[in-house]
Design a protein around this ligand. Structure first.
Ligand SMILES: Nc1ncnc2c1ncn2[C@@H]1O[C@H](COP(=O)(O)OP(=O)(O)OP(=O)(O)O)[C@@H](O)[C@H]1O
Ligand SMILES: [Mg+2]
Length: 278
């Protein structure tokens, strides 16, 4: 993997509204996507890996569990787009966890299917490309993001399964449910999209009602249902509720990391294609 005269490391980052997942060669990590202001604590807190004090461009933030517990403004950002400052902080914090100081990076990240437009992709690239200095829990790292690709959530996980025939991949996220219809290895855009609700947007909605809403909306949008593969953090738990409406439902073997792993696979393919064209 060479980019100019330096080695470029491929890293995939899935900046979910509930959790940030990062995957690179032989390493993966997760932390809650909660961000808030930094405050000096009077009572000592035993900080762990998902408690982060971030210093970036003269600002200090709490990220992860500590933001949920200790920041007055600590919150998950639930707006539809991911092309905003919080995503940048989560992505940089995730990179800090898995890459060495001084690395040159090719980052593959994602957006919900309905946001997977040229304009949104460009905003995401502008957000992440370039040189960054970020300090996490006192350790400063510098890295250069030299290439960014923006994949479609859910759809990329569907592509990475490489299954024959027709199937739907349903990515039940905290803010958005993405669904993609794959047929013979191709992604059918007309039968794919995003639903404007998620596991953490319905007030007190049970998993059973969430499953019912998702199947109702999916069948409205795609007509007759093909087999369903569920991804996202609650995929395993959702299967039994969806089975009440359609018999052919299964959870992805690695549901929480399905998008991040697929983004990584897409990056590998992009690098192979570039090499083949040289
Ligand atoms: N290991 C787990 N077991 C059970 N539930 C989990 C697990 N990990 C995450 N969850 C829950 O599953 C839900 C979906 O998580 P997921 O990480 O897939 O969403 P997200 O990608 O952050 O959200 P979005 O895709 O909408 O941005 C969340 O409510 C989360 O709390
Ligand atoms: Mg997600």
């Amino acid at each position: 993997m060479s980019g100019g005269d330096c080695i470029v490391q491929l890293v995939a980052v899935d900046t979910g509204r509930s959790g940030t997942k990062v995957v690179t060669d032989g390493m993966r990590d997760y932390f809650p996507s909660v961000l808030g202001e930094f405050r000096e604590l009077r009572l000592e807190r035993k900080m762990n890996r998902t408690d982060m004090v971030i210093e970036y461009k003269d600002q200090r933030y709490y990220v992860g569990e500590v933001a949920r517990d200790e920041s007055v403004s600590g919150a998950q950002m639930m707006v539809k787009t991911k092309a905003h400052q919080d995503t940048k902080i989560f992505a940089l914090a995730a990179l800090h966890h898995v890459v060495p100081n001084g690395a040159h990076l090719f980052v593959v990240t994602g957006e919900p299917i309905d946001n997977h437009t040229a304009g949104e992709k460009l905003r995401m690239k502008q957000l992440l490309l370039g040189s960054h200095d970020i300090t996490v829990n006192g350790e400063e790292k510098h890295f250069d993001i030299v290439r960014v690709e923006v994949a479609a959530e859910g759809a990329t996980a569907g592509w990475a399964l490489h299954r024959p025939g027709r199937y739907h991949i349903v990515d039940a996220g905290s803010r958005t449910v993405n669904f993609a219809t794959m047929d013979g290895g191709r992604w059918i855009d007309r039968l794919s999209g995003s639903m404007d609700f998620g596991l953490e947007t319905g007030q007190n909605i049970s998993l059973s009602m969430f499953a019912r809403m998702t199947i109702a909306e999916l069948s409205r949008r795609v007509g007759s249902l093909a087999p369903i593969v569920l991804v996202g953090g609650k995929a395993d738990a959702l299967v039994e509720y969806m089975e009440q409406y359609t018999s052919d439902v299964e959870a992805h073997p690695d549901p929480l990391y399905a998008n991040a792993n697929a983004f990584y696979a897409l990056g590998v393919k992009a690098l192979e294609t570039a090499t083949a064209q040289q």
